[in-house]
Structures are given as structure tokens and as C-alpha cells.
Write a protein of this length. Structure first.
Length: 194
């Protein structure tokens, strides 16, 4: 079953990171579809750090599925949310937890930055968010989820010379300029003959 496509922005925000040595914030968006039938959370930025993350719009239901069988009074690790993401960045679950803490759906567990406690009624919170005013989303800001459209893959550019196959663009440019400037190279000889 495919999920609706998020086209409307409900809210943008910045959540403080939860790691002991982490500074800055995780930027996020809360999104919905044209019919307000589903809520999505998307990580959109990492302020004060260089860690990678997936920019996909994750259906909130997937996050709820991750905690469905977890006892309310027991701490949970950040990695419990990893299955909700199609992208495999190790930062996704931790950044997600920072956002969920900021939204008051999780709280800290003692002094352990990677352990969290569930708070509130997630289903009710989602339903209330879906009633909030929205604005059109810049659809270029987020990639389409993999289950909705296959990614466009461009064929690799063939090397013009077999000896250039493993070279970077910079190396190829240097080689090209060297051939043109070198009076003994084939290219320069042919150019002079013409």
C-alpha cells in the first residue's frame, strides 16, 4: 500500500540535539497530504554539525508502529525508530528522537541521552495536528519516498579514452589541456594539420 504524498506544510521547527556532546539543532517539518489523511515528519537540516540524515517524509504512523508494543513506563533507545526510515543514515533515529522530544512526545530518561520515555497520546496528538492550518509545500524541498516513484538513474558518462576511465573530472581536464598544449600529441598534430 502506498502512502499519500505530502503536499502541505503544517509546521517547521528546530529541535535541540539530545547527545551529550552535540550542539545545535535538528530542523524539521510536519507535513500532510491534500486530504489531511496522514501526518509526516521530515528532517530538513542539521545546524551546528556535519552528520548526514535522510530527508524523506516519514509517515507518523510508521513511528507509532515502532513503539506499538513498547511499555509506556520503560525507557526506549533511539534505534527503535530506525525501521521507520528507508534511508540508512545512523543519525536518523537520534535526530527523530530530538524532534519527538521537542514535540513533547518523548522525554529524557534520567541522564542517558540515548534513552527516552514515551509521553502523551500519540494518536490524539496526530489528529489534532492534522486539523491545524497548512500552507503549500515546496515539493522540490523533499525527495519522493522510494515506494511512490522509482529513482531516476542516469547512465554513467562513458570515458572518451579508455585510459581515462578511473580519472576524476579535474584529472581529465588537465589531460585534455596537456594534449592540446603538447605539440607532439595526436590531437595537437591533427588540429595543426586542419
Amino acid at each position: 500500500m502506498t502512502s499519500p504524498i505530502p503536499t502541505l506544510l503544517i509546521e517547521s521547527g528546530a529541535a535541540p540535539k539530545t547527545g551529550l556532546y552535540s550542539g545545535g539543532a535538528v530542523r524539521y517539518q510536519l507535513l500532510t497530504d491534500n486530504f489531511h489523511s496522514d501526518l509526516f515528519i521530515a528532517i530538513t537540516g542539521n545546524d551546528g554539525g556535519s552528520g548526514y540524515f535522510s530527508r524523506e517524509a516519514v509517515p507518523f504512523q510508521k513511528l507509532m508502529d515502532c513503539i506499538a508494543s513498547h511499555p509506556m513506563d520503560q525507557p526506549l533507545p533511539s534505534k527503535i525508530f530506525a525501521p521507520a526510515y528507508e534511508g540508512r543514515s545512523a543519525n536518523n533515529p537520534g535526530f527523530c528522537c530530538a524532534i519527538l522530544r521537542h514535540l513533547k512526545l518523548l522525554t529524557s530518561y534520567q541522564d542517558k541521552p540515548f534513552k527516552h520515555l514515551l509521553t502523551g497520546d500519540w494518536g490524539l496528538w496526530r489528529d489534532v495536528k492534522l486539523l491545524e492550518p497548512t500552507q503549500p509545500l515546496d515539493t522540490k524541498a523533499l525527495p519522493a519516498p522510494k515506494h511512490q516513484a522509482p529513482p531516476l538513474e542516469l547512465p554513467a558518462e562513458p570515458a572518451s579514452d579508455p585510459s581515462e576511465a578511473g580519472m576524476s573530472k579535474r584529472q581529465k581536464l588537465r589531460l585534455k589541456h596537456k594534449k592540446v598544449d603538447d605539440p607532439l600529441s595526436e590531437e595537437s598534430t591533427h588540429a595543426d594539420a586542419a
